[in-house]
Structures are given as C-alpha cells and as structure tokens.
Write a new protein. Structure first.
Lengths: 153, 750
C-alpha cells in the first residue's frame, strides 16, 4: 500500500511503485481533471501540484509521491473565485478544453513564481503546455488578466 | 450541364443578385417534415407527460433537453446549436440540458450540399443552385448524419431556429387552450409562457398538455435585429465546466465492473497480425487477459497503464505494408502519378492555356506537402459492452451511423443492434471521422462479453494508426506578359482523402475526389487562360480528411504560385490580388485585410509580409502574415485575418476558431510531417510532430464580414491561407521561396 494525500484527503493505493501518478489519479482514484496526452512530458495536460509545485504527473512515479500532498483542479480551494479560473472563463479560453486544466495549474504556478509576468515569462513557463486547438492568444490574455486581478486584491 | 466551371465576373454578379433574397432550401418545409412522429427519434424514448416537437427538443415535467445534432470536437457545437434553438424558444442559458444526438436520418447534414455540388462557392447562378438542391435531396434521402466540412452553423442555422420557434408557438397554443386566452395575447420569456394578466407558466408545466395538441408548424423566424443572444458576445455554455476541470470527456467515462484495454496494432495500416509472443506480458502486474484481434493484440488489465505497459511487452510479427515501406518511394510513386491513367478530373478550363503558356514569361514551380497527423490531445478511446442483445458504445465520433455500421460489421451484428452514445471530444481535426478505435473496441468487447471495456490508445499507438492527411505534389506552370498574369496551368497529384474515408465508412465512391480540387480549381482571380487538373495517386498510405482537407495542401500550392506569378509580373502581392479578384464580396475580404494590416508594400530589410486568399467550404478567407528574419531564424510577429461568413452568430467563439485555425495552419506548416520507414510512421509523439507552442504564437487580429448571401462555417477556412501567407512573407523578408512543407527543413524558426 502506498499512502499519499490527494486534495486534502489521505488515500491508499495498491499499485506498483513505478506507476505514474497520472494513472493512479485517473484510474485508481477516479480523479479525471489531469489528462493523459502524451505520457512523456511533451504536452503538460497531466500537470498537477505536488507539495505546491506544478509537475507532470505522467512522469511522477507513485512510489516517489508517497507521503506527499497532491492537488488537482478538483481540490483547488474556492475554485469559483480563483482569479486564474475566473480569467479563463472571462476570456473564454477553452475550445475543446482537454489541455486546459493542465494550462491552468501551470499558470497558477507561474503567477506564484512571477506575480506580474511579461510575455517572455509566459513563453518560458507555458511552452511545455501544448494546445492543439490553438488557444494560445487567449491563454496569454487570461494570464495577464489573472495577474492584474491578484495584484488588485 | 452547361460548362458551369467557366466563371466570368458577370456570372458571379448575376448569381449573387439572384439569391440575395434568401437561402436555397426552405426551413419551414423542413420543420414540417422533421416534426412527423416517424422521423423524430426522440418520440420513442419519451417519458410520461413529456413532449417532443421535433428531433431537437424534449420537454418533461422536470426538464427541457435540447439536442446538439453534431459532435462537439472543440468547435463549440454544444453551445451554439442549443443557443440557436433557445434564441427562438425564449430560453436562457441554465434553463435547459444538452444531449448529443443519437444516430438518426432526422439529423442529416444539409450543410454538405454546397460543398458536394460541382460548382465553385461564389457561383450562385440558377444552375449552381439547382445542382445544390439536387445534392441536398440526395442527402435527405441518404440521411447522412456527419460532423465535418465546417457545417456546424450552415447546417443548422435555419432548422434549429425553426425548431425553437415551433416549440415556442406550440407551448403558447397549449397555454391558450388551458387558459382560454387567445394565442395572440400570449407571449413567452425566459422559459415561461406569460398570460395577459401576468401569470407566468413554466414551459415544463405545459409538457403534458402540449403533447396532446398538434404541433404548430407555421412559424416565422425572428429578424436578426431582434436576437437576444446570437450575433452578440456570449459565453460558450461549456467554458465554465472546462475551466473548472469538471467536464467529462469520452476518456473520463467509467462504468461499474469495467476493465481496461490497451492495444498494439500492425503499424502497416490495415494489415493483419502474423504471430505474437506474450509470455512476458502474461505475468505483468494487473494483467487479466491477452487477446488476439484482427490486426493486433490487446491486453485487458485493471487499469490503463498496466494494460499499456503489458501490451508494449508483447512481441508481434506483422504482415508487411500494402503501400511502399519507405517514404522516398511514396514520393516516387506520387511523382509518377501525373499520367492519364491516374487522372482525377480536369476541374476547370478557361481560354487556351497551352497557347498562352508559349507567350510571355514562363514561370514553373513544384510544390510538396507531406503526410501529417491529426493527433487531438485526447487520444482515441471508448467504452463498450457486448451482450447477446447487441453492443452499447460510448465514444466521441463525428459519424454516428458509421460507428454503428463499422462496429456491427466487425462482430457480426446488425447496425441497429449497436447503441451509440456520443461523448465530448478533446479535439478531432478529422481524426474522429475514422474508425480504428471503434472497430478494435468492438472486437475486444465481443471477446469479453458482459464486461464493460474501456479502451485507451497510447499516444504512440494513436500516432501509428492515425490515417494521415493527403500527401501531395503540385506541378504548376504559368506565364506573365506586360505586367499581367496571362496563364496558369495547375496540375496536382495526391492521395484521395475523401474517397478513402467513404470507403472505410462502407460507401465507396467512384467519382473523382472533389477534395483534391479544393484550393486548386476554386481560384477567383481573373486569369484569362486557366486550367486545373487533379491526379489520384494509387497504392500509397490510406489518407483521410484533416482540418480543411484538400485546401490545406492545394491552397498552399496555389497561393504560393500566384505570389510567384505576381512577383514575376512586377506587381504588389496585395494590390494585384485585389485587382484580379473577380467576386465583389471576396475582393472586399482582401481589401479588409489590406486595411487591417495597413498594407503599404515592402517593409524593409529583414522584415516581410505575405498575403494569401483561399476560399474553402464556401468561406473566403484572407490572411496577412508579418515576419522578421532574426539571427536565430524567422519570427512570426503578427497575423491579420478577414473572413466572410455571411453571419457571425457567436462572435467570441468565431474569433477563437479563426485564431485556432491560423495557429493550426502555421504550426503544421512549420514543423510537422509523417514519414514512413519499414511501413510504419516514424513520428510517434509530440516531440516529433510538435506544431505550434505558445512561444511561437503571433498576435492574431480577426475581423468577420457579413457580405456573403449565405451563412458559412469557420472551423476550417482559416487554415489554408496560413501556410502560403507565411511562405510569401518569408520570401518578402529573405528572397527565399519555400515550396515544400514543413518549412523548417529549409529555414530556421525562432
């Protein structure tokens, strides 16, 4: 049994330690906001927070996540009021939406690191998150808007 | 049929005037036809005290359900289609639920009529309209329900509003009967019928009574000036649940007692498995069963990852490919296809091309476009359960009836024994018109009868089985004389995408593949001697429709070549296009993009702008791309886009779709190709087939025009002009002509 905290709740899973966190979340725990896109850290759709840091859950073996705290979109506190989520809705970022939870978790991490990111900062931090629909102009606008919201609080 | 392809400027103008008053088919007649109980698929499943007026609306005492007739693959079907109903029905967002349509001929796609009739989109002459009406009748009879061809809005713009109006008027009639108040004194607002004394009756409370009266069919559509939602910025209904991470895609579905499957299929597409050794996989964690299927092996396990890991460990011997094993031979076969025996069709011939090519200055060029993958970010997947009664399948797909057909054929059922539930899709771009996951899932579930099976393709498997975009070569000749383009002779050889798809759907076509002509023959410049000919290569990789289909490759060739001719004639690329454009509404699109970009000719050293104009799926689209040649490569700075769709029904999503289309077109042109080695594609993840990431994404300014007399779609048309506009900009900045995709084989990008 491997024990970890997911969205504030202690969970136990009986899987091999090499199993990626992504698949533990999706198939063993039924938490589906982290998406499978590539399995090799090329798309960012599986991004979650581990101990507060944005990571690719397809590359995190569950054995290494034991005892740590994982947060997905499902566990984001006050999600409705979260400035990044709000900005995403106001700017109508999603098209198909499949990559967007990964984009949002990555953007939250960016804004914690750099509260007022430049376009270049956004390029550096967000380029690992692929969007096949091409929502990049709106992702950029939403990040700037979220930064302004957070600064204005 | 008169030589309808020989379009003169006069024919365009006359044709446009002739239909300016309305659209070619009658929505009211359609509403009447669709309301017949036998043709309404909702009638069968209706609960007590519930009513359905037509195939798009169901009202029970508890809820109002609106049917989205197309698949939602990210283009916004699940929002704009219900809103078109709600607009006329006086419903507000939040007052109704949405369900995707099941398979039924009631949902046949009227939007394909224009694309399938052999007339150029701008030709709205009586002969063209007659041909389109005939195609429409064929579509009605075949009942083909399909999402594609940028038809979300064109297919449903009239019929969904008519459906909503019919529901509204019937609910009013029911309220009139109950209250004794004349219908004329009753109005509707926000899901309620309102009586003259102010009494508000919720629609849901009228369902039982509405079911007992004949539906009102004599309805008039509201003038767009009266619209509450359509045409104005509105929030897509799915935006919130997607931003909250709450929306369930097909891959997120689960069922009690479900097991997970992963597959390894012959990468030589369509060929069988010879033998396999699964000794190692047998004892791997979570493995429940190993199955042999038609063209590969499947592992059934307790989760997807165990299944994928185990299937990787199976050693398979494959039958060799039916197409050349090596990419170089694909190009050789394609290059040798410009011969009479491979002739698709001479789509258009004006003047005397051969004679005109002998005068003036000859310009010749060869263009190439490779196989490309679709690869939406949600890989192919599905859940199915097979019992003695039949099969039930949950999968996102653009062709519901074809899913039934393919699944049934795979396991010896009748199509009507397959129950299909469409799912929200994490993108498609044409991928979810194909069937590999459906066929394989049917085979697996059939071997696992009684157990729900969830199949997820690994990204690698998805790449390997992705039936690509057509590979294409253009051999173009033209001549310029005294500062004018006097001749263009456009010959193109490619694999046939639409024919391949139709064959796999079980309805093969002997006609020349019209999609190979898209972007090749529908050229609206006044060139006195013009010929467009397609050749269909045989024996190469199967191919299928990829966002914007034929125009994605031919549009690149044609608009690059027009640019070369303009350059040879010593003209300005924008001014020359505007001067040559024979269709007034299309000329306006070019003039608009010129104005938006403040086009004033060359920008100076190391910077350049390119323009391209392509009509695809009836939608004229012009784009200007601006680039800078930096020390580390080409940087795309800005793109301006003008598109005429006749009516912009959802302005925010319109802009989003256009920007996405431009990014799709640019990204794949820059760095994507699929190449075959030993019969398998070599690119199996996004690091080898990347397209655009945010750091390369330019600012994209969009303007929608509403001059076209018909309502057009916008999911695909922004794609084709992107690649030629970029190539033309690179030429302007560097003097280097890039005639083959992907461009990064010839020049570096930032």
């Amino acid at each position: 049994m491997i024990e970890l905290t997911v969205n504030g709740t202690k969970r136990q899973v009986d899987v091999v330690p090499e199993m990626p966190l992504l698949w533990v979340l999706r198939d063993e725990l039924g938490i589906t906001s982290p998406k499978y896109g590539c399995g090799v850290a090329q798309c960012g759709a599986c991004t979650v927070q581990i101990d507060g840091k944005a990571v690719r859950s397809c590359q995190s073996h569950i054995g290494e996540v034991a005892g740590k705290s994982v947060v997905t979109m499902e566990g984001l506190g006050n999600k409705d009021q979260h400035p990044v989520v709000q900005a995403w809705i106001e700017h109508q970022v999603p098209q198909c939406g499949y990559c967007q939870t990964g984009q949002i978790i990555q953007a939250i991490s960016l804004l914690e690191l750099i509260p007022k990111p430049t376009d270049d900062d956004i390029n550096v931090v967000m380029s690992g998150n692929l969007c096949r629909c091409g929502t990049y102009p709106r992702i950029r606008a939403a990040i700037h808007a979220a930064a302004a919201k957070i600064a204005g609080k | 049929m008169r030589d309808a392809q020989d379009l003169s400027r006069r024919a365009f103008i006359v044709g446009t005037a002739a239909v300016a008053g309305g659209i070619a088919f009658g929505s009211y007649g359609y509403a009447e036809q669709a309301a017949k109980p036998a043709s309404n698929p909702l009638a069968a499943g209706l609960g007590p005290d519930s009513v359905t007026f037509n195939p798009w609306i169901e009202i029970s005492p508890e809820r109002i359900t609106l049917i989205a007739q197309h698949a939602d693959i990210g283009q916004g079907v699940g929002s704009v289609q219900p809103i078109m109903i709600a607009e006329e029905m006086d419903l507000d967002p939040g007052q109704f639920e949405i369900r995707f349509a099941g398979p039924s001929p009631a949902y046949f796609n009227t939007g394909f009529a224009d694309e399938l009739a052999p007339f150029m989109a701008a030709d709205q002459s009586p002969a063209a309209e007659e041909a389109r009406a005939a195609v429409l009748e064929n579509l009605r009879q075949s009942g083909l329900q399909m999402t594609g061809g940028s038809s979300t809005v064109p297919d449903t713009y009239e019929k969904l509003r008519a459906a909503g109006a019919a529901a509204r008027e019937t609910l009013k009639a029911a309220a009139a009967k109950r209250s004794g108040v004349p219908v004329a004194d009753i109005r509707t607002q926000s899901g309620h019928v309102i009586l003259p004394d102010g009494t508000r009756i919720p629609y849901v409370q009228l369902s039982a009574e509405a079911a007992k009266i004949p539906p009102v069919l004599d309805v008039k559509l509201r003038d767009p000036s009266k619209w509450r939602m359509l045409g104005k910025p509105m929030t897509r209904l799915d935006v919130r649940s997607k931003a909250m991470g709450e929306l369930k895609f097909g891959i997120d579905m689960k069922m009690d007692g479900m097991l997970f499957a992963a597959v390894k299929l012959n990468p030589a597409k369509g060929q069988p498995l010879k033998s396999y050794n699964a000794t190692k996989a047998q004892s791997m964690p979570g493995v429940k069963k190993i199955l042999e299927i038609n063209n590969g092996v499947a592992v059934i396990a307790t989760n997807s990852w165990y299944a994928m890991k185990a299937v990787e460990a199976i050693d398979c011997q494959w039958a060799p490919s039916a197409y050349p094993a090596e990419q170089a031979d694909h190009w050789k076969v394609l290059g040798a296809s410009f011969k009479p025996e491979f002739l698709g069709k001479e789509w258009r011939k004006i003047g005397n091309v051969d004679a005109a090519l002998k005068g003036g200055k000859l310009v010749q060029a060869e263009y190439r476009a490779p196989y490309v993958a679709h690869q939406p970010l949600e890989p192919l997947n599905g859940i199915a359960i097979v019992s003695d009664a039949g099969m039930e399948i949950w999968v996102s797909h653009q062709s519901p009836q074809a899913v039934q057909q393919v699944a049934a054929t795979a396991i010896g059922l009748k199509p009507e024994q397959v129950t299909f539930h469409n799912q929200w899709a994490g993108g498609s771009f044409g991928h979810r018109l194909e069937f590999e996951n459906v066929r394989v899932l049917a085979e697996i579930a059939n071997q696992m009868r009684g157990t729900p099976i969830k199949l997820v393709f690994s990204r690698e498997e998805d790449f390997l089985q992705d039936i690509p975009r057509q590979i294409s070569i253009g051999r173009y000749k033209g001549s310029v004389d005294k500062g004018k383009i006097v001749a263009a002779d456009l010959k193109l050889a490619a694999t046939a995408p639409l024919k391949g798809l139709l064959e796999r759907m079980g309805s093969p076509s002997k006609d020349p593949d019209a999609q190979l002509a898209a972007g090749l023959w529908n050229v609206y410049y006044d060139i006195p001697n013009f010929r467009a000919t397609s050749y269909e290569a045989q024996g190469l990789s199967p191919c299928t429709t990829w966002r914007s289909v034929g125009a994605s490759t031919a549009g690149f060739f044609t608009e690059s070549f027009i640019d070369e001719l303009i350059h040879a004639a010593g003209l300005d690329p924008m001014k020359a296009r505007i001067a040559m454009c024979a269709v007034p509404t299309y000329r306006k699109v070019l003039e608009t993009v010129a104005e938006m970009s403040n086009w004033k000719g060359p920008l100076g050293k190391g910077r350049g702008r390119g323009v391209a104009f392509v009509e695809s799926f009836g939608t004229p689209t012009a784009e200007v791309v601006e680039v800078t040649a930096t020390d580390i490569g080409i940087r795309i700075d800005k793109v301006w886009v003008a598109v005429d769709v006749g009516k912009v029904v959802d302005p925010v999503n319109f802009e989003n779709q256009v920007q996405g289309g431009v990014i799709w077109g640019l990204g794949h042109a820059i760095n994507c190709e699929l190449t075959y080695a030993k019969g398998a594609v070599q690119q199996t993840n996004f690091n080898h087939h990347e397209a655009m990431r945010i750091y390369q994404c330019p600012v994209i300014e969009v303007r929608g025009l509403e001059n076209d007399p018909k309502v057009r779609g916008v999911g695909e048309p922004p794609v084709p002009p992107a690649a030629p506009a970029l190539a033309n900009a690179i030429f302007a900045a560097t003097g280097k002509r890039i005639r083959e995709m992907p461009f990064n084989k010839f020049i570096d990008f930032v």
